[in-house]
Structure formats: structure tokens, C-alpha cells
Design a protein around this ligand. Structure first.
Ligand SMILES: Cc1ncc(COP(=O)(O)O)c(C=O)c1O
Ligand SMILES: N[C@@H](CCSC[C@H](N)C(=O)O)C(=O)O
Length: 459
């Protein structure tokens, strides 16, 4: 699949695409040529320029022409008459700073409308409120722990039937679609096993078999810089603005985007009714973060590629879609513009993984990702701990898996710190020629990822 129209300015494997710039000179990657960018003047949903340009380009509607939209820190607005006549009345219903951000997001997400709420989970909550008892939801068997928790809550308390299937195989989704399927919820790459879900194929299957079912995509792992699910057949795209979009881990935010006005109206109704819209101050910070998304993602992704290659070269089995060894390397490239900055690897031993994580100095032990500083975590004990141990085992989530979320630091510093942590933890054998993964970690590297994932697929 070629790059969708209007999406020039993306990049992959540390290389910028088209007119947006040149590869970082210190990155020696075996780069891949992207399809040529469409003419940058192709207008689409109000976009004229390459994405990197559109991220920073805003048309301020501020009365004083402020170059950065001010924070309208006001709960209420004076109306010109008792019967209305003013654009805003109350910040729960709408606020100029929030509207400015929403219009900007709609533009960069190729949507006709975008809305912002207090967190990524808040966005999913707004979406799932359209479900009714008896409705069926199809989703993955490897997905963010909080998403799993909310869907489990819906199933337990609101009569929603949730099917967890291996969404990396479109036929598994096809097998469970019925007239009752109201929603197919997809995440790609999956968190934390970094499996790739074929969004265009699944969206096509779902719309053919049940035109009423909504295809919902969580784009948190890629951001609009690397993927525009609405162009690939999604009806609703949402993401955690806490991650790449804001980029500094200083706010929580959630973003929703759609093209169908009826969907937008329903989502807005819920946001206004429940009062979960993003506060003006956070809207300001999110807007500020978005302007540097291209440059942050470019650096984070280039760093992630270096780290993934470093680990693989030293005998670890690494899950990262920028590596040719990833079983779905070509599929990922077919509908995205880069591999992102989250990767995971296994050691085969929980205690060993704990030792590595705790020996790291530069890498902070923290949940979340998409931020300027690099993080290391053990998903089964941290981000995915809300999935109970029995379910984790059934879904064959490796308890020892280590997730790395790569930031913008100097990559040599990150590699040095990781190397020291591996040595200190006893995860590698050091020889005069260098060092190599040892014991179970080394043995794991001999088992192709597709084999262990196939073993993990629920029957
Ligand atoms: C893939 C994914 N989706 C959604 C969320 C939820 O976002 P938030 O933490 O902003 O609620 C997270 C992380 O929290 C995530 O990793
Ligand atoms: N204690 C939190 C954990 C948040 S995980 C954040 C992020 N999505 C990640 O994958 O690291 C919770 O229970 O939700």
C-alpha cells in the first residue's frame, strides 16, 4: 500500500521521507526507501503542507493575534443575551483553548472532527458508552492492560460480550463477527508483545460482513506521525495524548477523531454530559507538545532502532517492527510510516529481568512511553498488572518480558547504560571479543517469534 494522500513528511528507520528533511547523519541504518511523497500541496481536510509543517502551523483566531493560543482559564463566558448569542457558555461544553486544539488535531489526524478528554482511558470510556447490553465487541488477546480492564468491567457490569482473539490473523476476527458485533477494537503494534494488526484488511472484512459495526483503532503506539487509521478504514481513532502527542509526561490527555458527523455528535454529547473534556491548561500543554512531535518521533525512532539492533546483535530475541527479523516487518511497513519507539525483549527468567531493570541508571523504571526520556519496565508487573496472572498465562504473556520506551537522549549513552545493566545483572557472558546473551535468553533467541506467538494463540 502506498502512503495515503496528504501524508508526506513521514519517516522510517531514522530517515525522513520526502521533502521533510535528511537522515540523522550519525545513524547508520540499513534504511528503506519510502514511496515518493504526494505533492505537498495536496489539500486534505484542511491540510496544505507536509505533516511536520502542519504540526507547527496554526491559524490563530486569537483577537490579539497571539502566536500561541492563550489559556482561557474560565469556567463560564458572558453571553450577549439571555437566549445565547455567544460561541461559548461553559467550559464543560466548550472552551476556546480546547477548540483550537481539537481543530488542530482533526487536521493532523485526517479527521473531520476531533475531541479531547482527560486521558486515553477517558477516550475509550466515551467510545464504549455507545454500546448496549447484548452488543458484542471483538478485540485482541494482547492489548494494553487498562483497555482490557475497562472491557472486562463492561462485560461484567453492562452485559457486553467481549471476544479476545488473535487479531494478527484477520480470519480470527472474521470467524467471530455476527450481526451483534457492534465494535471491533484494534491496537497496533500491540502492547507489549509488539504484534502487528493488519488494519486495512480487518476494516474491510468488518465493513463487508457487518456494515453497522464500528472499527475503532487505538493509535497510541504510533501517533498521527506514523499512522492515520481513519485513512485505512477505521470509523473512530483514539489515542492517549499522555504519550507521543504531548511527549513530556507532564499531562494526561485522550484524543478521539472521526469523519462521520453522527459519530462526532454522539461522542460530543457524552463528553458534555459527563464532563470529561480536557481542561484548558492541559489543552494548552498538549498543543505545545504536538508542535514538536515530528522531531521527537524522528529521534526517538532512530534511537529505538539502534537499541533494538544492539540487543539483537548481542543475542537477545527482540520484538520491534523496525527489525527485519520481526515476523510482520513487511506488513507493518505497508500501512505505517515508521516503527515507533517501543520495543520489548525476553530473558527467559523473571528474576534476571528484574535484575536488569533495577541495574539500569539512565533508563527510568516507569510505566508509559512516548516521552523524551527513556523508560524500562516489566509489563506483567507494571502496565499490564491489572490483567490477572491466570489470564496472562492463558494469553501466554511472558512474565519476564522487558519493555523499553526510547527517548531522545544520546543513543550511545542509552546503549552504554543498557550494556552495564546486562553485565551487572549477569544476563551476558563477557569475552575478549565482546559479550553475548547467556542461558535461557540465548536459547530463546533461537526460537523464532512467530513460533512462540503461534503457540500463544488461543484455540
Ligand atoms: C496503548 C494504550 N492505549 C491507551 C492507554 C491509556 O492512556 P491514558 O494513560 O492516557 O489513560 C495506554 C496507556 O495508559 C496505552 O498504552
Ligand atoms: N497503574 C496504571 C498503569 C498505567 S500503564 C500506562 C501505559 N499505558 C503503559 O503501557 O505503560 C493502571 O492501572 O492503569
Amino acid at each position: 500500500m502506498s502512503t495515503p494522500p496528504g501524508l508526506s513528511g513521514g519517516f522510517t528507520d531514522g530517515k525522513l521521507n520526502g521533502s521533510a528533511g535528511k537522515a540523522f547523519p550519525h545513524i547508520d541504518l540499513d534504511g528503506h526507501d519510502l514511496p515518493p511523497s504526494p505533492a505537498p500541496s495536496t489539500p486534505r481536510n484542511g491540510r496544505k503542507y507536509a505533516l511536520a509543517t502542519e504540526l507547527v502551523y496554526t491559524e490563530s483566531k486569537d483577537q490579539y493575534g497571539a502566536s500561541s493560543m492563550p489559556i482561557y482559564q474560565s469556567a463560564t463566558f458572558k453571553q450577549s443575551s439571555a437566549s445565547g448569542g455567544s460561541e461559548y457558555d461553559y467550559t464543560r461544553s466548550g472552551n476556546p483553548t480546547r477548540t483550537h486544539l481539537e481543530r488542530h488535531l482533526a487536521k493532523i489526524m485526517n479527521a473531520s472532527r476531533a475531541l479531547v478528554v482527560g486521558s486515553g482511558m477517558g477516550a475509550l470510556d466515551v467510545i464504549t458508552r455507545i454500546l448496549r447490553p447484548g452488543d458484542e465487541v471483538i478485540t485482541g488477546d494482547d492489548l494494553y492492560g487498562g483497555t482490557n480492564r475497562l472491557l472486562t468491567y463492561m462485560a461484567t457490569n453492562h452485559g457486553i460480550i467481549v471476544h479476545h482473539v488473535d487479531t494478527t490473523v484477520p480470519e480470527r476476527v472474521q470467524e467471530v463477527i455476527t450481526a451483534k458485533t457492534a465494535m471491533v477494537l484494534l491496537e497496533t503494534p500491540t502492547n507489549p508483545l509488539i504484534k502487528i494488526v493488519d488494519l486495512p484488511s480487518i476494516a474491510k472484512i468488518v465493513h463487508e460482513l457487518n456494515p453497522k459495526a464500528l472499527v475503532v483503532v487505538d493509535n497510541t503506539m504510533l501517533s498521527p506521525m506514523l499512522c492515520n487509521p481513519l485513512d485505512l478504514g477505521a470509523d473512530i481513532v483514539y489515542e492517549s495524548g499522555t504519550k507521543y502527542l504531548s511527549g513530556h509526561h507532564d499531562i494526561m490527555a485522550g484524543v478521539l477523531a472521526f469523519n462521520d458527523p453522527a459519530i462526532g455528535d454522539k461522542m460530543y454529547f457524552t463528553i458534555n454530559s459527563t464532563g470529561c473534556g480536557l481542561a484548558p491548561n492541559d489543552a494548552f500543554l498538549l498543543m505545545r507538545g504536538i508542535k514538536t512531535l515530528a522531531i521527537r518521533m524522528e529521534k526517538q525512532q532512530a534511537n529505538a532502532q539502534r537499541i533494538a539492533e544492539f540487543l539483537e546483535e548481542h543475542g537477545f530475541r527482540v520484538r520491534y517492527p523496525g527489525l527485519k527479523s520481526h515476523p510482520q516487518y513487511d506488513l507493518h511497513r505497508s500501512f505505517t510510516r515508521g516503527a515507533g519507539a517501543v520495543l520489548s525483549f525476553e530473558t527467559g527468567d523473571v528474576t534476571l529481568s528484574e535484575r536488569i531493570v533495577e541495574a539500569a541508571r539512565l533508563w527510568g523504571i516507569s510505566v508509559s512511553f512516548g516521552c523524551v526520556n527513556s523508560l524500562i519496565s516489566m509489563p506483567c508487573q507494571m502496565s499490564h498488572a491489572s490483567i490477572d496472572a491466570k489470564t496472562r498465562k492463558e494469553r501466554k504473556m511472558p512474565e519476564d518480558i522487558i519493555r523499553l520506551c526510547v527517548g531522545i537522549e544520546d543513543p550511545d549513552d542509552l546503549i552504554d547504560d543498557l550494556r552495564s545493566a546486562l553485565v551487572q545483572a549477569g544476563a551476558v557472558t563477557v569475552t575478549l571479543d565482546g559479550f553475548h546473551a547467556t542461558g535461557t535468553a540465548a536459547a530463546l533467541a533461537d526460537v523464532p517469534i512467530e513460533e512462540s506467538d503461534a503457540a500463544a494463540a488461543p484455540s
